[in-house]
Structures are given as C-alpha cells and as structure tokens.
Design a protein around this ligand. Structure first.
Ligand code: GRG
Length: 294
C-alpha cells in the first residue's frame, strides 16, 4: 500500500498476517485445491483495513490488540468471502482482484463458491474458539452473523444487483452501501471493542465512527472507480457505469463527493474525542481512507 500510515501499524499488520496464515493451516481432510484457493483468496495482498480497525478499536478501549486478533481474522475472512463471491460471473463477473486473477479465474467457479462457503464457516469457528470468555465469543458471533446476513452484507449485495440499469436516488444508494460495505466496517470496530471488554459507551462511539468511515470509504471507492489507477487499485475500474450502476460522483459530482467523504471522516473522528490519544491511530487510518489511491 503506497500511502498508508504503515510506519505506526507495522506491528498490527504483522499480527494480522501471522494470524491469517495460521488460521488457514488445514489437516489432510481439506482437499488440496480447496486449501490452496482459500489461502490464495485470504492471504492475497489486501489493505487489511477491517482487521486493523478491529485491533485499533480494542486498543482505543484500553485493551490489547492480541485480544482482538480472532475478531480481526474473522472479519477479514467474511470480507474475503464476499469478494470471491462478488467476483463470480453470476454477480459482478470480474477477472482481477487484489492485482491477481479472481479466484474463479485462477481455479474454477465451483472452487470459488466453495472457497467463499469455507471462509464463512471458518470465520465463526475462529470467533467461537478464539475469543474469551465464552459470553464475549457468543456476542461476537452474533454481531458478525448480523453484519454478514440478509439485512446487511447479503441484503445490500442483493439490492445492489437489483439496481443495475435501474435509476436510483441518493437515499437508496446510501441504504445499499450502508449494508453492503458499511456493515462490515461497523462490525470490525464493534467486534474489536467487544473482544477487549469495552463499555457500552465505548462500543456506541466506535459504532458511530464505523458508520461514518464505512460511508466515506464507499464514496472514495466510487471516486477511484471513476478516476483511479487500475494498477494501484488492483481491480478493473470504470465498471459501475458499464453495469448501469448509480455512484456518488454521478449523483453528487466529483467535488461534492470528495467533500462529503472528508466531512464524514471528520465527524467519525469527532465521535472518538472522549477516547483521547488512544483513538489517534484510528483517526490516522480514517484519514488514509479519505485520501487513499488503492
Ligand atoms: C457476495 C454477499 C456478497 C457481498 C459482496 C464486497 C462486496 C459485497 C462487493 C465488492 C464490490 C465492491 C466494490 C464493494 C464495495 C467496496 C469494497 C468492499 C471494496 C473492497 O474493499 P477493500 O478496498 O479491499 O478494503 P482489499 O482488497 O484492500 O481488502
């Protein structure tokens, strides 16, 4: 990632990469090709924004990053599954992801479907076995299930597909992205906080931050689709227009879209004021999201 605040987050990234690699070591009952496809998709060079948010949320609440590692891994697994399935011919039909051939291009469609299925169940196994005590683990499982479910990620994706070549307004666009993109950002922060034993007030503040950040992230994603560099972004660009999809730049214009993204990030960071300097890395990461080029 060229312009991420990586200097201060190197330790967090290392924790995440090590835990991701360990989480996909399988015994001989997992077919070799499936294991390879799961590793190919999960360990591909993504920005790891959601797992970083989980770790930083735990630290902002006064806990340790280590306590939130299972949450970080689980959220990245759900994210990776959603990308693998989104790239399938029946959905967004893409051949490039994270700078590499998509899972179904590298392997085949059946393997890509099964890779997504496996990543989903692995996510809940990691939470159930990795978060302690057991009531926190149960809460984390429920949170992630809701965020990945029919009223959030899956529902947002369904409505997004239904909106192709159909004009929709800003409110509908926001509702789709709140579920399709925002729900996992929100969940990453909530899971990190819950795993670290945060207070209800801390979880609420991080929820507001996550909602604003998720919204800003999607606006920037739309801006990159119009004006980004494909080599930096690692996926095909200018696809939204080709599929007749509404986007923020189309509805608001480029300048207003940029202004909104930055305003949302400022609002999100303001919600974390009561955390003091412990929330600084979260705001630094949010500011990266606002100016990202990949
Ligand atoms: C298949 C249920 C299901 C949902 C798919 C993730 C998704 C929903 C669609 C992907 C298409 C898309 C552009 C979504 C919005 C933004 C997004 C999630 C971009 C990818 O996230 P990054 O940029 O990816 O954090 P990396 O690769 O860095 O992890």
């Amino acid at each position: 990632m060229p312009d991420a605040p990586s200097h201060s987050l190197a330790r967090h990234r290392e924790l995440i990469e090590t835990a991701l690699r360990r989480a996909v070591e399988f015994d001989a009952d997992c077919p070799a090709t499936l294991a390879e496809a799961i590793r190919y998709s999960l360990l591909a060079p993504g920005k790891r924004l959601r797992p970083l948010l989980a770790l930083l949320a735990a630290e902002a609440c006064g806990g340790s990053a280590a306590a939130a590692v299972p949450a970080a891994v689980a959220v990245e697994m759900i994210h990776a599954y959603s990308l693998v399935h989104d790239d399938l011919p029946a959905m967004d039909d893409d051949d490039l992801r994270r700078g590499r051939p998509t899972c179904h291009k590298q392997f085949d469609e059946a393997t890509a479907i099964l890779t997504g299925d496996a990543l989903q169940s692995l996510a809940f196994e990691v939470l159930a076995t990795g978060v302690a005590p057991a009531d926190r683990a149960a809460r984390c499982c429920a949170e992630l299930a809701r965020a990945a479910g029919p009223c959030a990620l899956v529902g947002g994706q369904a409505d997004d597909l239904a909106a192709e070549f159909r004009p929709i307004g800003l409110e509908r666009l926001q509702s789709i992205h709140r579920r399709k993109t925002g729900a996992l950002f929100r969940a990453a922060l909530r899971l990190g906080a819950i795993a670290a034993g945060a207070s209800a007030a801390q979880v609420e503040a991080l929820t507001l931050f996550g909602e604003r950040l998720g919204h800003a992230f999607q606006i920037v994603d739309d801006l990159l689709d119009v004006a980004g560099n494909q080599d930096d972004v690692g996926k095909r660009l200018k696809k939204d227009r080709g599929r007749g999809k509404a986007t923020y730049p189309e509805l608001l214009g480029l300048e207003e879209s940029r202004r909104r993204a930055l305003a949302l990030i400022a609002e999100g960071c303001a919600a974390l004021e009561s955390f003091g300097p412990r929330a600084a890395p979260l705001c630094e990461l949010a500011e990266f999201v606002g100016r990202r080029t990949c």
